[in-house]
Design a protein around this ligand. Structure first.
Ligand SMILES: Cc1ncc(COP(=O)(O)O)c(C=O)c1O
Length: 377
């Protein structure tokens, strides 16, 4: 049996006529840059994220970059973030000439460990970027309290977590000062190319992001600040406006698939016998719906690399997010981080494995995956 890590065809084929009609509409209007489709998407995604404002941008990476630019992050500043995320989270800090300061993760959620943030704060700390990894919110309450205490801004990296609820019902991206979403095709809401959004509840910051998105100009050709071209394409917005109608259904399917894995793994005895750990949805008991949106279903598996190779020969594609924590990236050698400060990120990089979880994955396929893992052990 061949099972891909993600099957976009099952997601897109049933929507082909609807998406093509939306693309045709853009074709007919010849309005390719910003325009009503982008505005509509901004309003809808902001509302979906529990935020007052949304600005469509060119990618999740650019959402992070423009957010830090809006906070005037630059040389001499420090920005705290997790040690364990996609490269963009840390890359944008360094690209602006600021110093990334990495903090170890919580071993259950793989998100930044709030108890370790205080020790990383200095007089130069300007912002914190918590990442809601795999689709589950970082523990925001203590992070918000630390930020308030020290007068530090929060930029949420919600690239993998659109619509994920924190324990109090607030949603990923709508909690901090600015929230960054990605519409990379593998995300729960993915476009037909790159795209992203900055959501917020702060009118002033929202306006600054809006201006930075068009080279810092307002009115056109008058530049008080230096921005760039960070616009979301009208074509991407057209596709995303269609796909957004199905997002809750897809999230529910991902949650159903996670529940099926849980039953299958429990039946297999693997967690007790082999020390395999399943993802834990830590806010599930808070009576909220989107406690985890499962952009990724990540297990912790002893002998991870051999298991991945075994599954590959069985036709099952899996992925490692991420094999190298930030403190070990060659480009960050200049920071002189000590590996001993990041034991949980080190362990996660060696042990985590993302299994297929996409909407449309069948129970039979999930059984095959769990049986193959059992065979390996
Ligand atoms: C945690 C995280 N941050 C940032 C990004 C960057 O988003 P994009 O690929 O849209 O630039 C991604 C997506 O790949 C991500 O997973």
């Amino acid at each position: 049996m061949n099972i891909p890590a993600l099957d976009l065809e099952i997601i897109h084929q049933p929507l082909k006529a609807e998406i093509m009609a939306a693309i045709e509409e853009v074709f007919d209007t010849n309005c390719f840059i910003l325009g009503p489709g982008v505005l509509n998407l901004e309003e809808r995604i902001a509302a979906y994220s529990g935020a007052g404002y949304g600005i469509g941008v060119s990618s999740g990476t650019d959402a992070l970059l423009i957010s830090l630019m809006a906070l005037d992050v630059g040389p001499g500043d420090e920005v705290i973030t997790t040690d364990f995320s996609f490269f963009a989270t840390a890359g944008v800090i360094a690209r602006l000439g600021a110093k990334p300061v990495f903090v170890d993760i919580n071993p259950i959620t793989y998100n930044i460990e709030p108890a370790k943030i205080d020790a990383a704060i200095t007089a130069r700390t300007k912002a914190i970027i918590p990442v809601h990894l795999y689709g589950q919110c970082a523990d925001m309450e203590p992070i918000v309290n630390i930020a308030k205490k020290h007068g530090i801004k929060i930029v949420e990296d919600a690239a993998q977590a659109i619509g994920a609820n924190y324990r109090d019902g607030r949603r990923a991206g709508g909690i901090g000062d600015l929230g960054c979403l990605s519409f990379f095709p593998s995300k729960n809401l993915g476009g037909f190319g790159d795209g992203g959004m900055v959501v917020s509840n702060n009118e002033e910051l929202n306006e600054k992001v809006r201006i930075l998105r068009v080279h810092g100009s307002k009115p056109k050709y008058y530049h008080k600040i230096i921005g760039g071209n960070f616009r979301l394409d009208a074509l991407q917005a057209a596709v995303l406006n269609v796909k957004l109608n199905y997002l809750d259904k897809w999230t529910a399917e991902r949650q159903k698939n996670a529940a099926i894995y849980e039953v299958l793994f429990k039946k297999s005895g693997l967690p007790e016998k082999e020390g395999l750990s399943l993802p834990q949805a830590v806010y599930r008991d808070s009576d909220i719906s989107h406690y985890h949106i499962y952009n990724q279903y990540v297990i912790r598996a002893p002998h991870r690399d051999n298991l991945q190779a075994y599954l590959k020969q069985a036709g099952i594609s899996t992925a490692v997010y991420y094999p190298v924590p930030f403190h070990r990236q060659e480009c960050f050698n200049y920071l002189r981080c000590k590996a001993s400060d990041f034991p949980e990120a080190e362990a996660a990089a060696k042990e985590t494995l993302a299994l297929p979880i996409y909407p449309g994955l069948t129970e039979e396929q999930q059984e095959y995956i769990v049986n193959s893992i059992k065979e390996f052990y």
